[in-house]
Write a protein that binds this ligand. Structure first.
Ligand code: B4P
Length: 217
């Protein structure tokens, strides 16, 4: 299973990326974690990237694309869950080319849908808990603006490719995780039987209420 996670900051990319990786026993590649690791180790790259992270700006494309190429080469032939990239249309196209070269194109682009107030609430809660340098209210707002400006439009591209699956991530992390694993398990079975099946994007955000769960808003 090769999964891309696309979501605004605070929607649960890191959280659900771990759940998916554990369930399918595949590597979890999170560009944010890789960048923060460089900063924490004070590598030359980390020193150059610290300012971008602190200010909630996107780091240069080539930095994250190089990281993800190495990770995809390591995972070649197996599954992988990628969280944090693509964040721009340029990254989406470049990632697709790298993935094609390595025969590692995504089976699914998983979109976690969460309302803005909840995103801000979660990130401020994380700030109190972990003190991440980019979890201040001003920087969170900036990261959100950036998401809607340059990342959100990529969803349409994945939708057109027929691999977009949208889930309601307003529920508890456990509920969201169960929902995602169910959807991915179904997809895995379908693809196992016929990997070349023509694909169609699917919006599962109304699924909980359709089966009697209370609405989240
Ligand atoms: P990321 O590390 O990707 O940061 P993020 O968008 O905030 O997501 P994260 O995974 O940490 O949070 P999550 O939603 O899981 O990027 C950080 C920075 O790195 C960027 O601003 C940028 O500078 C740089 N960067 C990374 N990739 C880049 C790229 N491709 N191009 C350029 N620059 C790049 O979780 C947030 C919080 O919510 C957690 O505390 C979690 O516990 C909580 N939570 C999750 N799900 C929940 C739920 N269902 N209910 C309640 N709380 C929940």
């Amino acid at each position: 299973m090769k999964v891309l996670l696309i979501a605004p900051p605070g929607a649960g990319k890191g959280t659900q990326g771990e759940v998916i990786a554990r369930h399918f026993d595949i590597p979890h590649v999170a560009t944010g974690d890789l960048l923060r690791d460089h900063v924490a180790r004070d590598t030359e790259l980390g020193q150059q990237m610290r300012k971008y992270l602190d200010e909630g700006k996107l780091v240069p494309d080539e930095v994250v694309l190089d990281m993800v190429r190495v990770a995809l080469e390591d995972a070649k032939g197996g599954g992988v869950v990628i969280d944090g990239i693509p964040r721009t249309m340029e990254q989406a196209r470049a990632l697709y080319e790298i993935a094609r070269e390595l025969d590692m194109t995504a089976d699914v682009a998983l979109h976690l849908k969460v309302e803005d107030d909840e995103l801000v609430r979660r990130l401020l809660a994380r700030a109190a808990d972990q003190g991440r340098s980019d979890d201040t209210e001003d920087v969170i707002r900036h990261r959100l603006e950036l998401y809607y400006e340059v990342t959100h439009p990529i969803l349409e591209w994945y939708s057109d490719r027929g691999i977009l699956v949208s889930v309601d991530a307003m529920r508890s992390a456990d509920q969201v995780g169960r929902h995602i694993i169910t959807a991915l398990e179904v997809l895995r079975q379908v693809l196992k039987g016929n990997p070349d099946l023509p694909r169609r994007s699917v919006d599962l955000t109304g699924l909980g209420t359709a089966f009697g769960a209370p609405p989240t808003d």
